[in-house]
Structures are given as structure tokens and as C-alpha cells.
Design a protein around this ligand. Structure first.
Ligand code: PLP
Length: 431
């Protein structure tokens, strides 16, 4: 059976972020439970990347599956420009209650990239609605914000988009003070980054976009909460808008429900997706402060935000989001998030003396380090070697170049996580 599927796949399917000429044929996933994915041969893979950072509570979680099934039998989809519905209204209200300050208006879209597009477009139109000319966007070096054209422009310095360089609009880039355990230069890096930001903000700026606490695709590059507070102060002083891309960091990954809560900052716009539905369905939201929403009110259509997607606020996704929030807000979940951090801290510290391990770093449930001597950047040759060796040991990991990281679903058992670290140490020993 799996050979037939793989054959159809190899002839008709185009996989994301994959060089089909050299990639190994992918396993055929047939089922999943907890942190485990099962393939057609019955092999099990421990999902330590939460299936591209989306899964929170485990695969095929019965509570979320049930919520989706019930919703699908009642109201599967409805045009959101003409109707509202209970799951969308309730989910919006619950998310707003969790976010700081007056982030009180939810605009729904489909994925992380569109949440960022919406944030950028809102920031731009906010200023033009107020009669001010501000279209400049500032981003941080290495930041990744998605694969659509606006998101690629904001994330051009990530280096993923060289094939489309000429398509992108200019975005000012300031340094990002990536740091790690025992980093002695962090203060100097932060000061330089803040200087550059201040200078960049001398030109009227529509908004400053940042992945708070952890730059994901750039290689799990972490910064300190105090740096983000200093960024917020500079953005406020310049009268610009702070746009947080919490597509990856949201929903508990950094140890707090949202990175902005952990950092103690209050953005003007925040982009959420990935974990929003617990990893079941594509859905995203851009949440705006009430004052931003008000700048779009007026007599004429031109001041409205004329943007929308066919599946905006899909009821199934919203129902999944509500069920996922129930699980996330249960005390047992924060206990598991803490337990992951404690275990990862212990194992990362133990491994940090390894000759192959450099720049160990941790933020909440995310642990990462660079594999020394393996080249640098997304194309580093060591990445596929590590991935394959770990795959043979039943672990789904996906190094970002020479950066090995763990970003597990919160349901992962401590014994599973411990075993994963044992296997990682073994693979590093054999390099
Ligand atoms: C994944 C990601 C995106 C893009 O989300 P998609 O759902 O893949 O479009 C945007 N920003 C960050 C920080 C991400 O990690």
C-alpha cells in the first residue's frame, strides 16, 4: 500500500521546502497519537518539531477532534463578510482577554503569512487613514515572517528568498542581538541594535516588526526580554507601531502564554497562527489595538480595511481553537510546559560541554544549540546528516542548517524527551 502511495506522490505531489531531486522518498504517515506519528510500515516517529511548530497538545487529540466533528455537522463555513458565528466571536473574545492591554480587535485569516500581510497592510493604511505618509517598515536581521510577498519583504534578511529579490519592497533592517548561555557580548550587541533602531526610526516609519524572544526559522535565535522592552520604548518615542509576529512563539512555546507577556511588552498589532487551532487546521488572526481599529471607521468605504480570504474565520478552525484553548488553560498544561523546560535545561546543560555543541540556548519549551564544525546557514551540509541519523532512531527533528532544536508538543512524556536527548548525544558522539 505505502509503495503505491509513494509512487503517486512522487509523480504528482510537489513538497514544500524540498529539493525533490535529492530528497529521500517521504514516509507515508497513516496515524498519530500524542507526540508520535506512525507510518504505513508501522514505524513510529517522535514528533519533536510539533509538525512544523503547530501541534500543542498531541496529534489527533480527542477533545479537538470532537469539537471539529460537531462543528462540521452544524455549520462548516459561511461568508464572514455577511455573517458572524459563535466560534469566531467566542474565540476572538477569549484571545483578546489573554492578550495585554487593549489588543481588542481580531481580524481572521488563514495562516501565519497572511496574518503578517494583514498586519503590514493595517499598519500602512492606519497612517494613510490618519493623513500621514508613512510606509517604511523596519525588521530585524534574520527575521522570518512567512512566504507571501509582503511577509517575504519583511523577512528578506532571513536569506530564504533570494530567488524573488526583485519582487520585494524595501524594508529597513536593523541588527538582532541573538544570544545564548554564557554570552559575554550580549550587552554590546543589544546597545548596537538599539542605536541602529533609533537611527532607522528617524525616518517616519509605519511599523517595526519583530519575532519576540525567539527568531524561529532563522535558527531559534533568542534575545532577552529587556531588549524587547527597550525596542518598545524606541518605537513609542518615534510614534511608530510595534508589530509582533508571534506565529511561532504564541500559545505557550516560550513558557508564557505569549512571548509579549513574558517580555512585558504591549504591541499595537500581533500576528497569531500555528498553535491557534492546536495544530489541527489552518487559521490565523491579526489582533489590533482598539485605537487602530477606530482609525478605519468612517463614512466612506475607502477608509475600511478592504481585505479578506474565502475561508476567513472558518468555523471548524475556530471550534478547534476554542477546544485547544480549553486544554491550554488547564493547570495541567502549564505544569507540563514547565516540566519540559526543566528537563531540557538539565539535558542542555549536561550536553553543553560536548565538543560539537556551541551556543546552547533555551526559552520555555524551545531548546537549541549550534553543531560546531558543521558549516553555517540553512544550507549547512551537517543538517541532512543529523536529520537522517536521528530519523533512523525514531526521532522527527529538522535541523535549521547546523542548528539542532527541540520544539515538542506539550504532551510529550518526560521519558520520551529524555530518550530523545540520549539519542542526540549518541549521534553527536558519532559525527
Ligand atoms: C511559520 C511562520 C510564519 C508563516 O506562517 P505560515 O503558516 O507558514 O504561513 C510567519 N512568522 C513566523 C514567525 C513563523 O514561524
Amino acid at each position: 500500500m505505502s509503495e503505491a502511495i509513494r509512487d503517486l506522490d512522487s509523480r504528482h505531489v510537489w513538497h514544500p521546502f524540498t529539493q525533490a531531486a535529492t530528497a529521500l522518498p517521504p514516509p507515508v504517515a497513516v496515524s498519530a497519537f500524542g507526540a508520535t506519528i506512525v507510518d504505513a510500515e508501522g514505524r513510529e516517529y517522535l514528533d519533536l518539531v510539533s509538525s512544523w511548530w503547530v501541534n500543542l497538545h498531541g496529534h489527533a487529540h480527542p477533545a479537538i477532534a470532537k469539537a471539529i466533528a460537531e462543528q462540521a455537522g452544524r455549520l462548516e463555513q459561511v461568508i464572514f463578510a455577511e455573517f458572524t458565528h459563535e466560534p469566531a466571536a467566542r474565540l476572538a473574545a477569549r484571545i483578546c482577554a489573554l492578550l495585554p492591554g487593549d489588543l481588542d480587535r481580531v481580524f481572521y485569516s488563514d495562516d501565519g503569512s497572511t496574518a503578517v500581510e494583514v498586519g503590514l497592510k493595517m499598519a500602512m493604511q492606519y497612517w494613510s487613514n490618519r493623513g500621514e505618509e508613512r510606509h517604511r517598515v523596519i525588521a530585524f536581521d534574520g527575521g522570518y515572517h512567512g512566504d507571501t510577498v509582503g511577509a517575504m519583504s519583511a523577512g528578506a534578511s532571513s536569506g530564504y528568498f533570494d530567488a524573488w529579490k526583485r519582487l520585494l519592497f524595501p524594508v529597513a533592517v536593523v541588527p538582532y542581538p541573538a544570544t545564548w548561555d554564557g554570552d559575554e557580548e550580549v550587552e554590546a550587541k543589544e546597545a548596537a541594535a538599539l542605536d541602529a533602531l533609533e537611527r532607522a526610526l528617524e525616518t517616519p516609519t509605519a511599523g517595526v516588526i519583530v519575532e519576540p524572544l525567539v527568531q524561529g526559522a532563522a535558527g531559534m535565535r533568542m534575545c532577552r526580554p529587556a531588549f524587547l522592552r527597550a525596542v518598545e520604548a524606541r518605537v513609542r518615542a518615534a510614534g511608530s507601531l510595534l508589530i509582533l509576529d508571534e506565529v511561532m512563539t504564541g500559545f505557550g512555546r516560550t513558557g508564557a502564554l505569549f512571548a509579549c507577556l513574558k517580555a512585558g511588552i504591549q504591541p499595537d498589532l500581533i500576528c497569531l497562527s500555528k498553535g491557534l487551532t492546536g495544530g489541527f487546521l489552518p487559521l490565523s488572526m491579526t489582533v489590533a489595538r482598539e485605537g487602530i481599529f477606530r482609525a478605519f471607521l468612517g463614512e466612506d468605504l475607502g477608509s475600511a480595511f478592504l481585505h479578506g480570504h474565502s475561508y476567513t474565520a472558518n468555523p471548524l478552525g475556530c471550534a478547534a481553537g476554542l477546544a485547544s484553548l480549553d486544554l491550554l488553560e488547564a493547570p495541567a498544561c502549564s505544569a507540563r510546559i514547565q516540566a519540559i523546560e526543566v528537563l531540557n535545561r538539565r539535558r542542555l546543560d549536561a550536553l553543553s560541554g560536548h565538543a560539537r555543541v556551541s551556543r546552547p540556548r533555551l526559552c520555555g519549551t524551545i531548546a537549541a544549540f549550534d553543531v560546531a564544525g558543521g558549516g553555517e546557514g540553512y544550507g549547512a551540509a551537517i543538517g541532512p546528516v543529523l536529520k537522517q541519523a536521528l530519523r533512523q532512531r525514531g526521532l522527527l527533528l529538522r535541523p535549521l542548517g547546523n542548528v539542532l532544536y527541540l520544539l515538542p508538543p506539550y504532551c510529550v512524556a518526560e521519558s520520551e524527551l529524555d530518550h530523545a536527548w540520549d539519542m542526540i548525544a549518541e549521534v553527536l558522539d558519532r559525527l
